[in-house]
Ligand binder design. Structure first.
Ligand SMILES: [Ca+2]
Ligand SMILES: [Ca+2]
Ligand SMILES: [Ca+2]
Length: 200
């Protein structure tokens, strides 16, 4: 059973609290220095965005030994964080800056690049549908891009500083994902945010 009024009410709050962008593997306790350094809950550096299409990702084992350091470089001659080849493909040039929303779907061109969606198709975007199930749980559905990693977090009070991971980040293998939030039973309100997180 769907309670449409409640769905609308919560969905509005959900969109207000939704965050899209690069995030560390465990953003529940991340520190963010400047705009480009990401740390995990143990204070380990996990990701650096150097700009100009260059980024470094650090992978550790359970003893905090560095297992792998991955340097990613793509051509970004206009330093807008969007791969020039991607810009050429969709916009046949490099005039877009990332901040604007070419297809007016509510996602900036840069966020569409990060999410792997089509910046020229208003039907292609990262959005969620929130439902209240008959048993009193919430469930969410959202379109996914195979190969992208997703993390969902929630909290019941917007004033609380702590977000809880709904699940460990997963890499999508299909174009649609859903999450049945059993822990939401009895919650009168719940706020969700969905991340795209770096690959491991
Ligand atoms: Ca670029
Ligand atoms: Ca858009
Ligand atoms: Ca789009």
């Amino acid at each position: 059973m769907k309670l449409n009024f409640y769905r609308h009410q919560v969905a509005t709050a959900l969109l207000a609290g939704m965050v899209l962008g690069l995030a560390p593997t465990n953003p529940s306790a991340w520190a963010h220095v400047g705009a480009d350094y990401y740390y995990d809950a143990g204070g380990r550096l996990t990701y650096v965005n150097l700009g100009g299409g260059k980024s470094i990702e650090y992978i550790y084992d359970s003893s905090s030994n560095l297992l792998r350091k991955t340097v990613t470089v793509f051509a970004d001659s206009d330093t807008d964080q969007m791969n020039d080849a991607w810009e050429q493909h969709y916009f046949t040039g490099l005039t877009r800056t990332g901040a604007a929303d070419f297809d007016n779907d509510g996602m900036s061109d840069l966020n569409e690049y990060l999410a792997g969606t089509d910046p020229t198709d208003a039907q292609s975007l990262l959005q969620t549908t929130l439902l209240k199930e008959g048993g009193g749980h919430y469930s969410l559905e959202w379109p996914t891009v195979p190969g992208k990693r997703y993390l969902l977090q929630y909290k019941n009070d917007l004033n609380s500083p702590t977000w809880t991971n709904a699940f460990d980040p997963f890499t999508a293998t299909s174009t649609q994902s859903s999450f049945y939030d059993e822990s939401s039973t009895g919650a009168t309100k719940r706020f969700y945010r969905l991340f795209i997180v770096p690959e491991t």
